[in-house]
Design a protein around this ligand. Structure first.
Ligand SMILES: Nc1nc2c(c(=O)[nH]1)N=C([C@H](O)[C@@H](O)CO)CN2
Length: 119
């Protein structure tokens, strides 16, 4: 199985369970691992045969502009579904973290995996 990864993607978005969090954008950090439907690009050297990670980054920013969530779980689920559907990815791992939300904690967040990880 081949995987593309995107690490430490930072985005500004409205997310949180408290009223103030739905008015003030926060920086979140996203890590993605996305299984490729095939390893064809390793042979063809053609970006059309893989998932273009720059397109994924653009789509993540677009989705975070369009949608607001209370929980990081719901935000992660939305991104996982979007990536699986649009890029035909059989499996994704999505990690979403808030930075320094609590005293003494560098990051808080969730990791979800969706789909079948090819063997
Ligand atoms: N499991 C979760 N717990 C909490 C979340 C969350 O998204 N998932 N969010 C909050 C608040 O919005 C927090 O970030 C503000 O302190 C609390 N717990």
């Amino acid at each position: 199985m081949d995987i593309i990864f995107i690490r430490e993607l930072r985005a500004e978005t409205l997310v949180g369970i408290y009223a103030w969090e739905r008015q003030v954008r926060q920086t979140i950090e996203i890590d993605l691992e996305i299984a490729l439907p095939s390893s064809r690009a390793c042979e063809t050297d053609n970006v059309e045969d893989t998932i273009d990670y720059s397109r994924v980054v653009r789509r993540v920013h677009e989705e975070l502009e369009r949608h607001q969530f209370k929980l990081l779980e719901a935000l992660a689920e939305h991104l996982a579904r979007c990536i699986r559907e649009e890029f035909k990815a059989p499996w994704v791992r999505v990690s979403v973290a808030k930075l320094r939300m609590m005293h003494g904690v560098k990051q808080l967040g969730v990791v979800i995996e969706r789909g079948q990880r090819p063997g």
